[in-house]
Design a protein around this ligand. Structure first.
Ligand SMILES: [Mg+2]
Ligand SMILES: [Zn+2]
Length: 209
């Protein structure tokens, strides 16, 4: 149909957000996005998935999107949990997600804090969100284009990191729902929860083979 420049099926296709394109990854905050933020998560039993989170990630897996977690874990710097415990927690998280058919391509965390109680973690580092260090780690490890990636978060610091790294950004209304008040950062879209964010991401044409 070279004679027509009209995109004939646009009116019947699901609404495609123009700010998302294929070729990147979906970079998810953990607490308040995948897991409930009802308390500190300092042990595996503290983990509780947000409704529909595993199935939502499984849909991204099936559509071919790399999926990674990008999480600030300053509790390690404060001595609330060790890095070994964090790995145990994440192993349990992977089990919970696997029960819903979902898998993660990578998990990136920042254990630092500028007010750390443990000196070895005391750092105003470049990876703690809203800094973009973990997004750059994801770019190297997953070989992705950040300008084609989507950050999904529940805090302004997640959104600011995504914007600073050139990603599309989606704020979810679970967890802190953007009301942490830390900084001012305007997301590309605001949706109810992770399943709704995945609906938006997968409404991009060609995201399903
Ligand atoms: Mg969060
Ligand atoms: Zn860090």
């Amino acid at each position: 149909m070279t004679g027509s420049q009209a995109s004939v099926d646009r009116s019947i296709a699901p609404k495609a957000p123009p700010f998302i394109s294929k070729g990147g990854a979906v970079l998810l905050d953990r607490d308040g996005v995948i897991t409930q933020q009802t308390q500190f998560v300092n042990a595996p039993d503290d983990l509780q998935l947000i409704d529909g989170a595993a199935r939502a990630i499984a849909r991204l897996n099936r559509a071919g999107w790399p999926v990674a977690i990008i999480t600030n874990q300053g509790g390690i710097a404060m001595g609330y949990l060790t890095e070994a415990m964090l790995h145990t927690i994440h192993a349990h998280l992977k089990e919970l997600l696997a029960e819903g058919g979902a898998r993660l391509d990578a998990i990136f965390y920042c254990a630092h804090h500028e007010h750390a109680k443990l000196p070895e973690y005391k750092s105003d580092c470049c990876c703690r969100k809203p800094q973009i260090g973990m997004l750059e780690q994801a770019r190297e490890a997953l070989n992705i284009d950040l300008s084609k990636s989507v950050v999904v978060g529940d805090r302004t610091t997640d959104i600011q990191a995504g914007i600073a790294a050139g990603c599309a950004t989606i704020l979810v209304e679970t967890g802190s729902a953007g009301e942490d008040g830390k900084i001012s950062a305007i997301p590309d879209a605001t949706v109810a929860d992770l399943p709704a964010a995945v609906d938006l991401i997968l409404s991009v044409p060609d995201s399903d083979a």
